[in-house]
Every structure is written in C-alpha cells, then in structure tokens.
Design a protein around this ligand. Structure first.
Ligand code: NAD
Length: 418
C-alpha cells in the first residue's frame, strides 16, 4: 500500500553519528495522537510545546510535527493497529512522541506499546519523578522526591518465557528440568500443578542500561546512581545486575570503593563533583522512598522492579495524570516519549483530563534534543500554574480553593505563564 505519510516540506531529519544526536533547527518529529483522551491531550500539549520553543528561541527553531497512525485511528483507516509505516517513521526520524493507545482485546498483538519498544529495541524506560508545588500528595514531604528512574525495558520476567500449569509444554519443561537439573527440580514444591516463568537478565542488557544512567548523571549534574535489585534472592539475575553495575562503574567510569565498598564513587568529568554509586534491595528501597526520599537521585533497576517503583513514586508526587516517560535506545538514538497513563475512555472528547503527562513527556523530548531552554520554560510554567491552583479536575477535587479548568485551558494557562 502507498504511504499516507507526507513529511512536512520545511522540516529536516534528526540524525545520529557515534551516539551523538544532530538536531537541525527545523526537526521533523512524528507524533501519535493516541486513543480515548489522546486527541484532547495532544491538542493541548502541542500548543504548549510549540510555545515553549518559540519563547526560548524566537523564530530560530521550530518542531515540524508529522502525524503517524497507531491504535484505533490506525485500525479504522488502514485495518492495522500498528501499520508498518508507523514503525518505519519512528525508525527513520529517530525521536517521536505518543499519546495513550488502546490495547486491542483478543487481537494478535499484545500491546502496541510493547511492540514499538521491542521493534526499536528501546532498552531504557526513562521516568523522571518530581513534585510540583501544590500538587496533592499522600505523603508529608513530596518535595523530597526528585528522582530519575532508568528502568530496563527488554529483559527480566517481561521476556515472556512462561509455561501454563497443566499444559503439555509445562509437562515437557518439567521433564527436562528433572532430567538435567534434578537438584533444582527437587526444589519445586508442587511440580504437577506449577506454572513456570523464566527470567533472563544479561550482562549486555544490564551494562547498556546502567551506562545510560551513569551518563545521565554526568550530563545532568546528579549526586548519585542507585542500583535497585532483589539480589539477595535472585542471585544470578538481580544480584548479577548489581555486580555488573558496580563493575561497569569501575571499568568505564573509573569508580573506586567508598569507605571500603561496596558503594563506589567517581568524579563527574564535566563538573569535578563526586557521583556516588550505591545499591539497595528493592523492598528496602520501597520503604525508604516513603521515609528518606532525599537519599535517592538517579536510579537504575530491572524491568519488574522498575514497574513497581515508577508507579509508587508517581503516586507520591500526584499520580498518573502528570507522569511522563521516555523509551530510549541511547546507541541508535531511537526514542519514543509517551504518557504513562492509559486512554481513560470515559473522559474521551470531554476536554477534561490533565494533559500534564504528555506535556512533560514533550519536556523530556526537548531535553533529549538538547533544547534545554524550551524544556525549562515548560517546567517554569508548570510550577507557576499549579502553584496558582489552576488545575484540571483530577487535582482540583483534592485541593482547597482550586480553580478547575479544562484540558485546553490548562494548556492556555501554561502558555500565558511562559
Ligand atoms: P487509564 O490510565 O486509562 O485510566 C484510569 C483512570 O486514571 C481514569 O479513569 C482516570 O480517572 C485516570 N486518568 C488517566 N489519565 C488521566 C489524565 N490524563 N488526567 C486525569 N485523570 C486521568 O487506565 P485503564 O482504564 O486501565 O486503561 C484504559 C485503556 O488504556 C486500556 O485499553 C489499556 O490497555 C490502555 N492503556 C494504555 C497505556 C499506554 O498507551 N501507555 C497505558 C495503560 C493503559
């Protein structure tokens, strides 16, 4: 089928050489509007992103947005939930942004988000978590939360190697285990009625994720990188993640033991300041983000831990309505920034929900391009508008004296505050 994509005539491609992005002043950035509340949110967000760029650079820089299709809109127009040309555009143009997508029920494809991540090998799920003054929070000192989570995005239990209880596959697998690894087999309490899941965690997969976290800490002048794992129980997967992480700190970043180890420290080559590398068991971490959140800064962790941690932290600072995310391969330059919430179908088309999640995903995108001044304009405006209690319904219902505005009006307020 012929491509329905028409690249904006005045835009140019972002390219990459040796892991370094080259961003023209007129980059083409593909966007997926998203399903459900997606169109409402995108309409509000794109105006805010454009305004931030205009504010920061006058007319000298401008993003040329190019719509690509996925989800229901794609299915209705092309018969495919994720057309090949959409994936190809994300490949060709490197950096893109998307709203939430409906997960087709019963279709061949498990999740469009997962499909995009896998096809582009987006091995980092980046989730910055910080509090904006005035946002309703269930904890006493939400201002202590200022973390950037690097969640491994391709391995761990998410690799999907599973055998259902009672199936011929499970029986076959049990027989293999019994034959080749009788000592392990003996540890299974109820072999006849067990489902089985296998969790691969590789040295390569760990190192590229942890390397990205260290580089981020260097570039963004952060104080520490914490490896969060459950290595006391899963020694050769999660424990190895910790060991490989410390090894990488030593071998590639010149880290040395801190007070006899296992914590380490290395000098930030850009600022001369120390960056501490530490580790913590996941359960202790989940306690400490409630009691001593200040001690954590950049966090590198495995896929499943990262899932729990990002949502727990998002809840501490006001929930999913404003939690942004990025899925990034720092080697190839491919990145898809996205809202972390779903399509909230009951609010679709009502111009009601919080566009914060996509706006802040755009803020991450701008920072990824090195357009920090525009990104700062967005953060500054968010600070002002939320502190003035101009918020959408989700925050308004939990704040005293709030002025409830529509999705689009929240965007207007941000633009006015820049
Ligand atoms: P959801 O996130 O869509 O909605 C849960 C509730 O959260 C909503 O009812 C609403 O009260 C609130 N909410 C979500 N986004 C909000 C916003 N921007 N502002 C204010 N309130 C907001 O989760 P769900 O109902 O479990 O999933 C609905 C659909 O979304 C499903 O098809 C699911 O597969 C899909 N989904 C997609 C993604 C994604 O594309 N990244 C993520 C999760 C779920």
């Amino acid at each position: 089928t012929a491509s329905k994509l028409t690249p904006p005539a005045d835009g140019s491609k972002i390219t990459i050489t040796d892991g370094k992005l080259h961003v023209p002043a007129n980059p083409i950035v593909p966007f997926i509007e998203g399903d459900g509340i997606g169109p409402d949110i995108w309409r509000a967000s794109v105006r805010v992103l454009d305004a931030a760029v205009a504010k920061a650079y006058g007319g000298e820089r401008k993003i040329h947005w190019m719509e690509i299709l996925a989800g229901e809109k794609a299915f209705n127009e092309t018969g495919s939930w994720l057309p090949d040309e959409t994936v190809q555009a994300c490949r060709d143009y490197l950096v893109s942004i998307k709203g939430p997508l409906t997960t087709p029920v019963g279709g061949g494809i498990r999740s469009l988000n997962v499909a995009l991540r896998q096809q582009l090998d987006l091995y980092t799920c980046l989730r910055p978590v910080r509090w904006f003054k005035g946002v309703p929070s269930p904890v006493k000192k939400p201002e202590d939360v200022d973390m950037v989570i690097f969640r491994e995005n391709c391995e761990d239990i998410y690799a999907g190697i599973e055998f259902a209880e009672g199936t011929p596959e499970a029986t076959k697998f049990m027989a293999l285990l019994q034959e080749h690894f009788p000592d392990r087999f003996k540890k299974i309490r109820f072999p006849e009625t067990s489902g089985i899941g296998i969790k691969p965690v590789s040295r390569e997969g760990t190192e590229r994720l942890v390397r990205a976290a260290f580089k981020y800490a260097i570039d963004n002048d952060r104080r520490s990188v914490t490896l969060v794992h459950k290595g006391n129980i899963m020694k050769f997967t999660e424990g190895a993640f910790r060991d490989w992480g410390y090894g990488l700190a030593q071998n590639e970043f010149g880290a040395v033991d801190l007070d006899g180890g296992p914590w380490m420290t290395f000098k930030n080559p850009k600022t001369g300041k120390e960056i501490v590398v530490k580790d913590v068991i996941a359960d202790a971490f989940l306690q400490q983000i409630m009691t001593r959140a200040k001690e954590y800064d950049v966090v590198a962790t495995l896929n499943l831990n990262g899932d729990y941690i990002s949502d727990a932290l998002a809840a501490e600072v006001g929930g999913i309505g404003i939690a942004p995310g990025g899925n990034i391969n720092y080697v190839t330059g491919h990145a898809v920034f996205e809202a972390t919430h779903g399509t909230a179908p009951k609010y679709a088309g009502m111009d009601k929900v919080n566009p914060g999640s996509v706006i802040l995903s755009g803020e991450l995108l701008l920072r990824h391009l090195g357009w920090n001044e525009a990104a700062d304009a967005i953060i500054g405006a968010m600070d002002k508008v939320i502190a003035a209690k101009t918020v959408t319904y989700d925050f308004a219902r939990m704040m005293d004296g709030a002025k409830e505005v529509k999705c689009s009006e929240f965007g207007d307020a941000l633009i006015a505050a820049m």
